[in-house]
Design a protein around this ligand. Structure first.
Ligand code: GLA
Length: 405
């Protein structure tokens, strides 16, 4: 067993929030960075929670994510050469690649940086090599979009620590392309959009068809956003994720036979769905029903937030969770337990699974004075029901990817 006292390792989560300490960590492992301490830059990209609108992004529907105060930071020394080398603060592991020979994916974390370089190159964006250290305070396997945060932070690091010369939407789409085309995960745009566009104090409404977007103030100081982590790591269930995608496409193909204007589930109204239901496989119909009503719920939630009608927002959260459990089938007994326990705590306005599903976190809208009671109820009842150890933490709407030092 290594003796932690003999090799005091700085807490990597704390490093993600402390640009000076992260720059020191780089200087400690790179003599060149130590010699050019003033040339070290630090970039940061946030994770996200999604308030509502799950699996709607790739159906050209609506999503309402929030960039949060947890994310990924990279301290880097830009280099004149074409070599990228990055060390993980958490493990000391180093990996790298050459910008002129990125090669195929390796099946490791460096793929997200290499994939971002590949997608930037595809757009003809100039890049430079760097020596860097990465720290994250996003809980592992939490479903809070560490992949998108890593892609966005990498894009800044590959651009010498500055914003790449792309408008922000193109930047988000480039990062999505890295994940779809290089890493091989067929995700929608929501996570990269949130990490790129984050705004303090706001949620972000995105129309995934037109790419129109609008920041929605979350201005009530008496209301908190609380994430509850199930303690079972979110397996990257890309096969189940892709299966949901194909089921949505199968629904579109069948409905379009009588409704030629339909190209995505975004175009399907509840009435159209009911008309087509006898022809649809029951599982496919259930998946489509989730998407069609989830899109409506996003717009209703935005209207309710803007009207200060939190009770309605809370009802929509629970309806969304029920729909993900019963129709889209992406929750788990653990996620359901987190929502049920939260629902029994006075002052909890709404709770639902957030993100792709199959584990990860719930997001809870909570009266600030009820946060301790929620924490207590989860810490007491959840282990008893599941045998797992949960984590409860407040998250704050925060700015998107940027240079922080
Ligand atoms: C994952 C994907 C997103 C989105 C969500 C579900 O987070 O990366 O594109 O589809 O699942 O809403």
């Amino acid at each position: 067993m290594p003796d932690p006292a003999a090799h005091p390792v700085p807490d990597p989560a704390a490093l993600a929030r402390d640009p000076g300490a992260l720059a020191d960590a780089l200087a400690a492992i790179s003599p060149r960075a130590a010699a050019q301490r003033d040339a070290i830059r630090v970039v940061h990209a946030p994770g996200r929670v999604n308030l509502i609108g799950e699996h709607t992004d790739y159906n050209e529907g609506f999503v309402l994510p929030v960039a949060i105060d947890l994310g990924i930071a990279i301290a880097l020394l830009p280099m004149d050469d074409r070599r990228v080398e990055l060390t993980l603060a958490a493990t000391g592991e180093t990996a790298g690649f050459d910008l002129d020979a990125i090669g195929p994916k390796r099946g490791a974390w460096i793929d997200y940086i290499a994939g971002t370089a590949w997608a930037l190159a595809e757009r003809g964006v100039p890049m430079q090599g760097f020596r860097g250290v990465l720290a994250s305070d996003l809980p592992q396997g939490s479903g809070l979009s560490s992949s998108a945060a890593l892609e966005l932070a990498s894009a800044f690091a590959l651009s010498g620590g500055e914003a790449p010369p792309l408008d922000t939407m193109t930047l988000a789409r480039m990062a999505q392309r890295a994940e779809n085309g290089y890493v091989g995960v067929n995700c929608g745009l929501m996570d990269q959009f949130a990490s790129a566009f984050g705004e303090a104090g706001h949620a972000l409404l995105l129309d995934c068809r037109t790419l129109d977007h609008r920041a929605i103030p979350l201005a009530d100081p008496d209301v908190a956003l609380v994430a509850c982590h199930s303690g079972s790591p979110r397996k990257l269930e890309s096969s189940a994720y892709n299966e949901r995608r194909s089921q949505c496409e199968a629904a579109v193909a069948e409905i379009a036979r009588t409704e030629p204007g339909v190209t995505f589930l975004r175009d399907v109204t509840p009435a159209m769905l009911d008309g087509a239901r006898p022809r649809l496989d029951p599982v496919v119909a259930a998946r489509a029903e989730h998407i069609v009503h989830e899109n409506v719920r996003v717009l209703e939630a935005v209207a309710a937030l803007e009207a200060g009608d939190l009770a309605t927002v809370g009802r929509l959260f629970y309806a969304s969770h029920d729909s993900m459990r019963d129709l889209f089938a992406i929750t788990s007994p653990e996620m359901d337990a987190l929502v049920e326990i939260a629902a029994g705590v006075p002052g909890v306005i709404g709770a639902r699974l957030t993100g792709g599903g199959f584990g990860g976190c719930t997001i809870n809208l909570v009266r600030r004075d009820a946060v301790p009671a929620l924490r207590e109820a989860i810490m007491r009842d959840y282990p008893a029901r599941t045998g797992l150890t949960p984590r409860v933490f407040e998250v704050t709407p925060s700015p998107g990817a940027r240079r922080i030092a």
